[in-house]
Design a binder for this molecule. Structure first.
Ligand SMILES: Nc1ncnc2c1ncn2[C@@H]1O[C@H](COP(=O)(O)OP(=O)(O)OP(=O)(O)O)[C@@H](O)[C@H]1O
Ligand SMILES: [Mg+2]
Length: 350
C-alpha cells in the first residue's frame, strides 16, 4: 500500500536577539490555522547586533522551542535584519530583460556599501511606475557571512532552513495576509524588538520604504540596569512590570524618558523621511508590534506624536486557532510573533 503524505508546511523561525520565536500554520478551507507557536528566551549576549555569538546556546534554545511546543515541521523559513541587510527601491528606465539585469548589477555596485562578492543579491521587479514609465525594482543584499552564521546554527539544531527572508518583508506579509488591505491604504508597520525596530511602509503589496532602526527595548533595559545597579534579568523584570509613566517617575526617570524619546524620535523621523520623499503620498495608519510594544503606555506615547491613527498589529486577526492551543498565552505572545507568522506564511507561497 502506498501512503501519500502531504509535505509538512514550513515553520516560521524568527531568531531575535532576545528570544527565538516559532510559528507553525496549516491551510484550512477558510484560510490559515495556527497549529502551534512558542517563544524561548535567549541568554543575554547570545545574539548581539544580529550576529550569533554563542551558537551552542542558540541551537539549544531552538531545539527547546521546537520540542516544548511540539513543532513537527523540520523545514523552516527564517530571516535576517539590521545593518547586514540593505533594501533599495530602484526606478530604472524600461529596457530589455538582459539590459535590465545589467543595469541592476550596475546600480547594486553604486548603492550597496559592501563588496558584491560578500553579499547574496536578489531583486524583484515590482512593475512599471505610473510616472515616467520607469521599471521599479526592489533590490536586496544580505551579507553572506551573516546568513551563513544563522543557517549553520539552525542546521546544528537539526533543522533545515529552506527560505531566508528579511524581517521587514515577513512583517509586511503577516500584515497583508491578516488585514487584506487592498491597494488604497498606505500603512506603516513598526516592529519594535530588543535591538532592532523594523519599519516598513507598504501599499498594495509593495514595500515603499523599509528601514531597520538600531533601537529597541534593550536600550531601556540597559538604562535601568545602569541607574539602579541591577543585573540584566532584574532590569528586564522591572521594565516589564512597569508602565512608561511609572518608569519615568522612578529614580532614573529623566534618563529613561530621554531613552524613550530617542526611540520615538527615530521612529517619527523615519516616517517623516518617507513622506518627504514620497511625492505627496502619506501614511494613513500605523500598526505596531514587537515585544517592546507591550510596554504599557508606549504605544500611547507614540500615538501622541503622530497625526495618523495607530493600533497594535494582530498577527492572528484572520488566522484561526487550532484546538489545544492555549489562547491566553498565544495572545500574550502575539506582538512578538508577527515576524514568525509572516515567515510561516512563506511556506504557502508558490
Ligand atoms: N511585557 C513587556 N513589557 C515591556 N517590554 C517587553 C515586554 N515583553 C517583551 N518586552 C521587550 O521586548 C523586547 C523583545 O522583543 P522581540 O521579541 O520582538 O525582540 P527580538 O526579536 O528578540 O529582538 P531583535 O530586536 O533582535 O529583533 C525586549 O527588549 C523585551 O524586554
Ligand atoms: Mg525581532
Amino acid at each position: 500500500m502506498r501512503v501519500f503524505s502531504r509535505p509538512r508546511p514550513l515553520a516560521g523561525l524568527d531568531l531575535g536577539s532576545s528570544a527565538v520565536k516559532v510559528v507553525e500554520l496549516r491551510r484550512v478551507r477558510a484560510g490559515f490555522e495556527l497549529v502551534r507557536a512558542g517563544l524561548e528566551p535567549l541568554e543575554p549576549g547570545a545574539v548581539a547586533e544580529g550576529a550569533i555569538e554563542d551558537p551552542d546556546s542558540v541551537a539549544a534554545a531552538i531545539r527547546r522551542v521546537f520540542s516544548r511546543n511540539r513543532i513537527r515541521s523540520r523545514k523552516v523559513a527564517t530571516s535576517v535584519s539590521g545593518h547586514s541587510v540593505i533594501v533599495k527601491n530602484l526606478a530604472l528606465p524600461v529596457v530589455s530583460r538582459e539590459a535590465l539585469e545589467e543595469s541592476i548589477q550596475w546600480e547594486a555596485r553604486q548603492v550597496i556599501p559592501f563588496d558584491l562578492s560578500d553579499v547574496h543579491l536578489d531583486h524583484q521587479v515590482l512593475g512599471d511606475s505610473s510616472a515616467g514609465g520607469d521599471t521599479r525594482v526592489l533590490l536586496v543584499a544580505a551579507r553572506k557571512e551573516r546568513v551563513a552564521n544563522r543557517l549553520e546554527v539552525i542546521a546544528s539544531a537539526g533543522l533545515s532552513p529552506v527560505v531566508v527572508d528579511v524581517d521587514c518583508f515577513a512583517l509586511q506579509n503577516a500584515y497583508e495576509s491578516n488585514y487584506d488591505p487592498g491597494s488604497s491604504v498606505t500603512a506603516a508597520l513598526l516592529h519594535i524588538g530588543a535591538a532592532v525596530t523594523n519599519l516598513v511602509v507598504t501599499r498594495g503589496g509593495i514595500p515603499l520604504f523599509t528601514r531597520d532602526l538600531p533601537a529597541g527595548g534593550n536600550q531601556l533595559t540597559a538604562m535601568l540596569q545602569k541607574q539602579l545597579g541591577i543585573d540584566f534579568e532584574e532590569a528586564e523584570r522591572t521594565k516589564k512590570e512597569s508602565a512608561v509613566e511609572a518608569l519615568e517617575a522612578g529614580p532614573s526617570g529623566a534618563l529613561l524618558q530621554s531613552a524613550m524619546e530617542t526611540l520615538l524620535l527615530e521612529i517619527r523621523k523615519s516616517l517623516d523621511l518617507f513622506e518627504a520623499g514620497a511625492g505627496g503620498e502619506s501614511i494613513q495608519r500605523v500598526y505596531v508590534s514587537g515585544g517592546c510594544s507591550e510596554l504599557a503606555g508606549l504605544t500611547e506615547r507614540l500615538q501622541s506624536g503622530l497625526d495618523v491613527p495607530l493600533e497594535p498589529l494582530d498577527p492572528f486577526k484572520s488566522i484561526a486557532v487550532a484546538r489545544g492551543v492555549d489562547e491566553e498565552s498565544l495572545y500574550q505572545q502575539a506582538p512578538s510573533l508577527a515576524v514568525a507568522v509572516g515567515l510561516a506564511l512563506r511556506g504557502f507561497h508558490d
